[in-house]
Design a protein around this ligand. Sequence first.
Ligand code: FAD
Length: 298
Amino acid sequence: MNVPSDHRKSREIVERPPFQVSFEFFPPKTDVMEERFWESVHKLAPLHPRFVSVTYGAGGSTRERTMRMVSQVKAETGVDAAAHLTCVGATKAEVDQVVHAYKTAGIKRIVALRGDPPGGVGQPWVQHPGGYTNATELVAGIGRIGDFDISVAAYPDKHPQSPNWDVEIDNLKRKLDAGASRAITQMFFDNAAYYRLLDRAAAAGITAPIVPGIQPIHSFKQISGFAAKCGANMPAWVAARFEGLEEDPETHALVASAVAAEQVLELVDAGITEFHFLTLNRSNLVLALARLLGVRPD
Ligand code: FAD
């Protein structure tokens, strides 16, 4: 991996350094969850993230909620908001309608995804009749509607439906060439896999940033379940660190922050300057990680 020779070592971070952060949230389902969502948004917005993104539920199930939260985040905090959007369960015209609504609402950023198969992860992908086939088509479709800043997904552990790395990297390149300006990665826990992805992308002529998606392990049980579902590798050495802590939330929380801090600072030492934090609508651990990067509220 090519590391710039003048990059900052993690221990030399003393004041606001040139790091960029973005935060991912999911649209809350209940009033109580919505309260936590806003509490976290209001704690993280003063860190001046590049953007805050809101996910799109499986099967397009959160279309209205995602639209509402994205618009409100922008209106209430002034932070740029990005809407995730998938091809699942909708015709092209229906997806385009959502994109037009964002254009009208002044939302300029979209994270464009194919989405998981409507039959569930692990099932073959079946395109909706009249729908977009994949993320590449969606990126092109969004570009026809307006001048959006588009992000796409990348996979340090390879997407489970890609038969090999050549197909994976070709697909990533197609999505970026179709009009996306960056890729954001799936969660990963072994930085070596991310470095290999960067090397493979560079060898294929990809020059767009591939921003690491950092998932703090708030709950090992929950996050290892998510990882298994989306094909992200949970290394045995990470699992071992949490082993036996199911009934010990205090030690679990301390290990979670140590593991996340180690991952992020190692990336800093490798020259990475941009981070996308998956917050799960919680702010504490992400606030602490941002602080390690010298990113603090005003
Ligand atoms: P694509 O890039 O279209 O690729 C999907 C698969 O098809 C890949 O294996 C690819 O190699 C293969 N493929 C595509 N085109 C071709 C072709 N022409 N020939 C051969 N093979 C091809 N899901 C949600 O439901 N909501 C979200 O909000 C959401 N947010 C996400 C955010 C990030 C940062 C990431 C990394 C993932 C997110 N996902 C989300 C999950 C994502 O929808 C799934 O991983 C999905 O299975 C793949 O989406 P994609 O955009 O990567 O698909």
